[in-house]
Design a protein around this ligand. Structure first.
Ligand code: 6PG
Length: 248
């Protein structure tokens, strides 16, 4: 086991239970955050896994449980493509969720708009600094970070082989890679690891092998293995298929 502090692990019977667990978690985190500091700051991931969660949050009962007026949505990563492009993480959240919930427009913080990827990275860093509370290490703190897991062990758009120097203090960087293999923006490990609750959302038998590798093969030094929140809670929500090879 790579973890010094064992994460909380939920293994759900099927996709419906998997998405309901995530939606319940989202609502609870939102309510706790609003009680704590009158806002809820959440970072969403892209890819396909979160889309059913977003659709679930867009309708009763979950839609009516989330304090959207006090919620600020951010992204964990984004492909530097137009919002209308099918690969735009923001575009997919707009279609699945944003158009169906009463969230103020200025509470939605897309990563990529019109600037170059490099300029957007700097701009997003300023948005994080302005909108989020900073830890004592002066790093932005999300109430909830929702992460997917790539079959190669990537997380966000932090791909295997991407080396980050300890002295690299950037919170947002632009990279190239993934599928689609395009320019991307991604939050970096310091920000992801400062989340109060950091949740991996992993479903499907196609992820079973990488799940077991992440948990039980520390020598691989995969990006997902570097997600170990400093003070926050690490949670893995999986369905039975994704956890089928995982041996505790
Ligand atoms: C991205 C995602 C990425 C994703 C994983 C899993 O923008 O590409 O943030 O990190 O979470 O690739 O993707 P699936 O959920 O589609 O398997």
């Amino acid at each position: 086991m790579i973890y010094s502090k064992k994460p909380t692990i939920y293994i759900e019977e099927n996709q419906n239970a998997f998405n309901r667990r995530l939606a319940e978690f989202f609502c609870t985190a939102a309510k706790e955050a609003v009680i704590s500091h009158n806002r809820f700051h959440v970072a969403l991931s892209g890819g396909s896994t979160p889309r059913n969660l977003h659709r679930l949050l867009a309708k009763p009962p979950f839609r009516d449980e989330v304090p959207w007026q006090k919620t600020h949505l951010f992204w964990v990563d984004e492909r530097c493509v137009p919002k209308e492009n099918k690969d735009s993480n923001y575009g997919n959240v707009r279609a699945d969720l944003l158009d169906k919930i009463p969230i103020p427009d200025h509470h939605v913080h897309p990563m990529h708009e019109v600037l170059s990827c490099e300029d957007e990275a700097e701009k997003y860093q300023q948005i994080l600094k302005k909108e989020l509370d900073l830890s004592k290490e002066m790093i932005p703190v999300f109430d909830l970070v929702l992460l997917g897991l790539g079959t190669d062990g990537h997380v966000a758009s932090l791909f295997p082989g991407t080396i980050f120097e300890k002295k690299d203090t950037r919170w947002v960087v632009s990279v190239t890679g993934g599928n689609p293999n395009v320019r991307r923006l991604t939050l970096t490990y310091p920000v992801l690891n400062h989340g109060k609750k950091v949740v991996f959302m992993v479903s499907g038998k196609g992820k079973a092998e990488i799940v077991n590798t992440v948990f039980n093969n520390p020598g691989r030094k995969l990006p997902a293995q570097f997600i170990q929140p400093e003070n926050g809670q690490l949670i893995w929500v999986m369905d039975k298929e994704a956890s089928s090879l995982y041996k505790t």
